[in-house]
Write a protein that binds this ligand. Structure first.
Ligand SMILES: O=C(O)CCC(=O)C(=O)O
Ligand SMILES: [Fe+2]
Length: 210
């Protein structure tokens, strides 16, 4: 079943779109001024949304220079900068709902959408913080909606020390990394040798956060 997505048939009948946030969101404070919010199954019809995004997004592979070698980035990517039309109305609806819920605390809207497609257990993202932009110097938020097969998102303190936190995210789950999380913690989606179906992550970030 490697690379084959086994969605639940029931879910394909559910209307695609985000559910309520409010009191359904569970916040966990982490060390060093970071926190995460988790809301399981937030995106209704997540399996159908997975299929739609898998089929319609113009996914591309990237190659990046690593030291003296050029290597394949182990996942497919697509980035929608602010103002660019999104590939599915459910992604607009999720952004509006996130902005309504988090706007007062964040002080600015989420504006960009990054998509990652993990085709199977060989796809991954290495340990990092989203520090290319302001996330390296300021508190911010990165909200991630996961559709498709759950994969483990790991979090650990950036300087080492402290246990690694693991959340298996798929099927419409929402996680929001907030406070100092991008500069004081690191996150990763590790490779897995277990047979694993595909997952798509939908990341919402404010302007200037990458
Ligand atoms: O796929 C995920 O949930 C994480 C992706 C990520 O960390 C990133 O794109 O910066
Ligand atoms: Fe990241």
């Amino acid at each position: 079943m490697d690379g084959v997505f086994q969605g639940s048939l029931l879910d394909l009948d559910t209307e695609i779109g985000p559910g309520p946030l409010g009191a359904t969101v569970r916040r966990t404070p982490l060390a060093h001024g970071a926190w995460i919010d988790v809301r399981r199954g937030w995106m209704g019809g997540a399996d159908a949304l997975f299929e739609r995004l898998a089929d319609t997004v113009p996914w591309h592979a990237e190659r990046r220079k690593m030291y003296d070698r050029v290597v394949d980035v182990p996942r497919l990517l697509k980035f929608y900068d602010e103002g660019e039309p999104l590939p599915d109305p459910a992604l607009d609806a999720a952004m509006a709902a996130l902005n309504e819920h988090y706007g007062p605390e964040l002080g600015e809207p989420f504006r960009t959408v990054g998509l990652c497609f993990y085709r199977d257990g060989r796809d991954s993202v290495a340990w990092h913080g989203d520090r290319i932009g302001r996330g390296g110097t300021e508190d911010t938020m990165v909200a991630i909606v996961s559709v498709g097969t759950p994969r483990s998102l790991l979090l650990r303190p950036a300087g080492g020390g402290g246990p690694t936190i693991r959340h298996d995210l798929g099927h419409g789950d929402l996680i929001v990394m907030g406070g100092s999380c991008q500069r004081t913690w690191e996150h990763a989606i590790p490779k897995t040798s277990r047979p694993t179906g595909p997952r798509i992550s939908i990341q919402y970030r404010p302007r200037g956060v990458r």
